[in-house]
Write a protein that binds this ligand. Structure first.
Ligand code: ZN
Length: 159
């Protein structure tokens, strides 16, 4: 069992900070793996489909993207959870789509947010492997929402 962490709520300063890159020397480290495991457990417990490290009071560029149908997002497609370290959005489609978002850090509000329909992305795995890939639709939305957290932006600022 992994630790369930407290989740920062709107208004707390950590959510407006720009998170620091994870250093090469931190990749493959036990603390980074423990952080990812605790983030994952916390996300599942709250029925989230994504989470960013600043939401659990760690101002580092680590996110988890885990689209799956659940009570909060019944139509979400199923995918394996991905831990992304230092994610960088390389390209965004000009086409944007509106979709409903909520956030573990904004308990009382949901809203329609316009996001790029398709993104190209580069990130590191916990084992320091470089991955370049693209996402579209709901998973692309989650990535953009979580990367926003790393830059101190909440979805409510995009409504
Ligand atoms: Zn969020």
């Amino acid at each position: 069992m992994s630790t369930i962490l407290p989740v920062a709520q709107r208004g707390e300063r950590i959510l407006t900070a720009t998170a620091a890159e994870v250093a090469r020397t931190e990749l493959n480290s036990p603390w980074l793996k423990e952080l990812a495991a605790a983030m994952y457990a916390t996300m599942l417990e709250r029925n989230g489909v994504g989470i960013a490290a600043p939401q659990v009071y760690v101002s580092k560029r680590v996110i988890i993207v885990a689209s799956r149908p659940n009570s909060r997002y019944p139509d979400a497609p199923e995918m394996d959870a991905l831990v992304m370290v230092n994610p960088e959005i390389l390209e965004k489609s000009e086409l944007t789509v509106l979709g409903e978002e909520g956030c573990l850090s904004v308990s009382d509000e949901r809203g329609q947010v316009a996001r790029a329909q398709m993104i190209k992305l580069r990130y590191l795995t916990l084992d320091a492997e470089v991955v370049e890939t693209s996402f579209s639709g709901f998973p692309a939305r989650i990535v953009q929402h979580e990367v926003d957290h790393l830059d101190g932006v909440l979805f409510i600022e995009r409504i």
